[in-house]
Design a protein around this ligand. Structure first.
Ligand SMILES: C[S@@+](CC[C@H](N)C(=O)[O-])C[C@H]1O[C@@H](n2cnc3c(N)ncnc32)[C@H](O)[C@@H]1O
Length: 256
C-alpha cells in the first residue's frame, strides 16, 4: 500500500494537514534534539523527509522503512541519507546501537506496534531517547467533532486531487480511528521498559508527541531491587516525570 502512495506522498501530507505537517516535524526534531555525531534511527521513515531534517545538525541518521517504493523516492530526494529496508518488528541492528530512535506517523501502521517499541528499546543505548510523533485523540469534544467531520467529508476530496493512489488514504482514516489515545500509548511505551515517559499534544491533540528514555543500567538495577517479591510480571518501571510544554489548555500533557 505504501509503495502505491510513495510518489505523491509528501505533497498529499502537506495539503491534508493544512500545513501542520511542517509544524509537527519541527516539533519532533526539537524533541529528538539530535547532536552532531549522534546515531539516530528514523524508523518507518518513508521518503525520509523527517530523516533529512534530523540530519541537518550533523547527526548520523539511518532511515529505515519496510516499503521499497518509499525508499526509492527517499533515496532520490535525499542522497545523503542512509536508507535501510527493514521491518520495525525485527530490526537488522545491534543492541544499543543508537543514541535516539524516532518514528513519525509510522507506529500506527505497524502490525504489532508493541513489538516495534520493544525493538526500538533494544537498539537504543542505555540513556537513549525515544520520540514518537503520531495521530492521536483531541481531548476536547469540540475538536474531536470538527476533526472527524474533516476526515469524513473534506479529506476524501483533497486526496482525490492530490494523491497518486487515493484508495490507500481511506486506510488512513480507519487507522486513525482505531489507534489508541495518548494515555494508552504511554502505557505501551512504559510497558516496553522506557522511563521518563511523557507526551504533549500538538494541534489540539490531533497529533501527540510521545517521549521516553531507555534507563541507564544503574537505574534499571535499582528498579529491579524495588520490584515486589510477589510480583511475577512487575516489570513496568515507576517512571519519573519530565516537564512537558503542554498546550495552553493544560489538558494535553501527561507524565509518568
Ligand atoms: C505514514 S508513513 C510515515 C512516513 C514518515 N515517517 C513520515 O513522517 O512522513 C508510514 C510508513 O511506515 C512504514 N511501515 C509500515 N509498516 C512497517 C514496518 N513493519 N516496518 C517498517 N516500516 C513500516 C511504511 O512503509 C510507511 O513508509
Amino acid at each position: 500500500m505504501f509503495d502505491g502512495v510513495a510518489r505523491g506522498y509528501d505533497r498529499t501530507n502537506s495539503v491534508l494537514s493544512m500545513g501542520n505537517s511542517l509544524i509537527w516535524r519541527i516539533a519532533t526534531v526539537r524533541a529528538v534534539a539530535p547532536m552532531k555525531g549522534e546515531k539516530v534511527l528514523d524508523l518507518a521513515a518513508g521518503t525520509g523527509t523527517s530523516s533529512a531534517a534530523l540530519a541537518k545538525g550533523g547527526a548520523e541518521v539511518t532511515a529505515a522503512d519496510f516499503s521499497p517504493g518509499m525508499i526509492e523516492v527517499g533515496r532520490k530526494k535525499h542522497p545523503g541519507i542512509t536508507f535501510v529496508q527493514a521491518d520495525a518488528m525485527n530490526l537488522p541492528f545491534a543492541d544499543g546501537e543508537f543514541d535516539a530512535a524516532t518514528i513519525s506517523f509510522g507506529l500506527r501502521n505497524i502490525e504489532d506496534p508493541r513489538k516495534a517499541l520493544a525493538e526500538m528499546y533494544r537498539v537504543l543505548k542505555p540513556g537513549g531517547r525515544l520520540i514518537i510523533c503520531e495521530f492521536s485523540k483531541p481531548p476536547r469534544a469540540i475538536f474531536r467533532v470538527g476533526y472527524s467531520a474533516y476526515m469524513r467529508f473534506i479529506m476524501p476530496t483533497i486526496v482525490d486531487v492530490t494523491s497518486s493512489n487515493s484508495e490507500a488514504y481511506s486506510y488512513l482514516n480507519e487507522s486513525i480511528k482505531d489507534w489508541p489515545d495518548q494515555t494508552t500509548l504511554s502505557t505501551w511505551i512504559r510497558g516496553a521498559g522506557f522511563t521518563r515517559v511523557a507526551y504533549r499534544n500538538l494541534t489540539a491533540g490531533v497529533v501527540a508527541l510521545h517521549r521516553g528514555r531507555k534507563p541507564l543500567p544503574a537505574a534499571a538495577r535499582s528498579r529491579s531491587k524495588a520490584t515486589p517479591a510477589t510480583g511475577t510480571t512487575a516489570t513496568i518501571p515507576p517512571a519519573s516525570t519530565e516537564p512537558t510544554s503542554a498546550e495552553p489548555t493544560g489538558t494535553g500533557a501527561s507524565q509518568s
